[in-house]
Design a binder for this molecule. Structure first.
Ligand SMILES: [Zn+2]
Ligand SMILES: [Zn+2]
Ligand SMILES: [Zn+2]
Length: 198
């Protein structure tokens, strides 16, 4: 079996309800037996998940976004590194609260989670809410000066047009359009930076 030591972990932050995807690989554990996955949302940064390496096993501890308890579960190392997708469900509510696997499988699983999560709020949750949330994140990234253009400029204009977020480079006028989709919301939540032209 070929084991690819690149995993993604997906979870919901119990503090701010952000949906988070983080990468893990064998190097994440170099020199230590435990890693903590934090929420990347600006202003939150809480610790959500702890993964502890044991001989031939991994223990995953999750602060549950549904019931608020701490849950933990063990996986064999081989399953942890090789399975397409591992999903852990909260034992009290039965909801999926942690995914680990290939990037693609975790992304798909998170999209289902978003669909289930937003279902009860469908009536009140509009595109406008999503755009407002996305715009907030874009502005926070800009405040950290982490939006740039391929041409090297950091002079970026943020505006809304037809319900899309447009990032325009003040120097070369390149534009990046970000549509209000679940996928783009996840992208923004997890973005360390944004480059126009990519
Ligand atoms: Zn958070
Ligand atoms: Zn729970
Ligand atoms: Zn430019």
């Amino acid at each position: 079996m070929i084991i690819n030591y690149d995993r993604s972990a997906g979870f919901i932050c119990p503090f701010c309800s952000s949906i988070v995807k983080r990468k893990i690989n064998a190097f994440s554990f170099s020199g230590k037996n435990e890693i903590t996955l934090t929420c990347p949302t600006r202003g939150c940064r809480e610790e959500c998940v702890t993964i502890t390496k044991r001989p031939s096993k991994f223990r995953i501890s999750v602060e549950c976004p549904i019931c608020g308890d701490d849950h933990s579960v063990m996986y064999q190392s081989e399953a942890f590194w090789s399975k397409e997708l591992i999903t852990y469900k909260c034992p009290s509510s039965g909801e999926s609260i942690f995914h680990c696997g290939t990037d693609k499988s975790v992304r798909n699983a998170l999209q289902k989670t978003i669909a289930e999560y937003s279902a009860p709020y469908d009536a009140s949750r509009s595109d406008a809410d999503m755009i407002a949330q996305m715009l907030d994140i874009v502005h926070e990234i800009k405040d950290e000066d982490k939006i740039s253009c391929q041409c090297g400029s950091h002079n970026i204009l943020i505006r809304l047009s037809d319900n899309n977020i447009l990032l325009t480079c003040g120097r070369c006028k390149r534009v990046r359009v970000i549509e209000p989709t679940d996928q783009n919301l996840i992208m923004l939540i997890n973005a360390e930076s944004i480059v126009i032209g990519n």
